[in-house]
Design a protein around this ligand. Structure first.
Ligand code: AKG
Length: 252
């Protein structure tokens, strides 16, 4: 007979979530993850959403190029000029620059934008026209869509070459993403912390470890009340890749 009170096989989240009013964690066995409710928002987290072979192939797919062996490359030491002339086989990586008090500053990561024709995206004053989808991205997109239950029409790729690359506090609340956007974040390579905090007083905070093969989905009103960041982690020496699949110009 099954002991209904035997919790020895119960899976638990591999990181702490606040127990304050409005927070709730429920296992999602269908997708081998957890549905996390926070005040004014929901987050789905699946530590091992992609199987190892898919994650490993994706890591290779993202870095294959005509010049350097990605397995041994020290991407941090490759200058902007070399990077601009290098031909990546699958992803058109670029270094974006921002103007900061009259100074031209390189964004602390590389980016690329793919999507349906016409789904241009603007952030930090940078407007990106989408590159056309390729087979690798379409494969990942369709796997994620089955779990998210919606169709995405674009993806922003971020390449954090090591722990110095980072992303500052922000919310994905641009008008073209719709009122309550569903944003799915797929992660490959080095593990990095993805920190979510309340916009109002920054007091409530959750740190999600995003690993090789992890999927996280943000939904509901989250972007109105919470912001997120990928802080520097000086001890991380390897590259980490993040893809946020989005719905641009479709309403909520
Ligand atoms: O790299 C990540 O995990 C976050 C990416 C992100 O927040 C963004 O691109 O807006």
């Amino acid at each position: 007979m099954v002991d209904l009170f035997d919790r020895s096989n119960a899976v638990s989240l591999p990181f702490p979530v606040l127990t304050d009013v409005g927070f709730r964690v429920a296992p999602n066995p269908e997708w081998n993850g957890f549905d996390i409710t926070v005040p004014h928002g929901q987050i789905f987290y699946a530590e091992n959403f992609f199987k190892r072979s898919v994650s490993d192939r994706t890591l290779e797919y993202l870095q294959e190029n005509d010049l350097i062996d990605w397995r041994t490359a020290n991407w941090r030491d490759i200058g902007h000029d070399a990077l601009d002339t290098m031909k990546f086989k699958n992803i058109l990586w670029k270094q974006d620059w921002i103007n900061f008090y009259g100074k031209r500053i390189a964004l602390p990561r590389l980016t690329s934008w793919y999507g349906d024709p016409g789904r241009a995206y603007s952030y930090s004053g940078i407007r990106s026209e989408p590159n056309p989808w390729n087979d690798g991205l379409l494969y990942l997109k369709s796997r994620i869509e089955q779990c998210a239950g919606v169709a995405f029409n674009s993806v922003l790729l971020n390449w954090y070459r090591d722990g110095n690359d980072h992303l500052n506090w922000h919310a994905d609340d641009e008008k073209e993403l719709g009122l309550n956007p569903i944003i799915a974040s797929a992660n490959f390579g080095a593990s990095r912390d993805f920190v979510v905090r309340s916009k109002s007083d920054h007091a409530q905070k959750i740190t999600f470890p995003l690993k090789h093969g992890t999927l996280l989905i943000m939904k509901g009103e989250l972007q109105h009340y919470w912001e997120h960041a990928v802080p520097k982690r000086k001890n991380v020496r390897q590259s980490r890749f993040n893809m946020t699949f989005r719905r641009i110009g479709l309403g909520s």
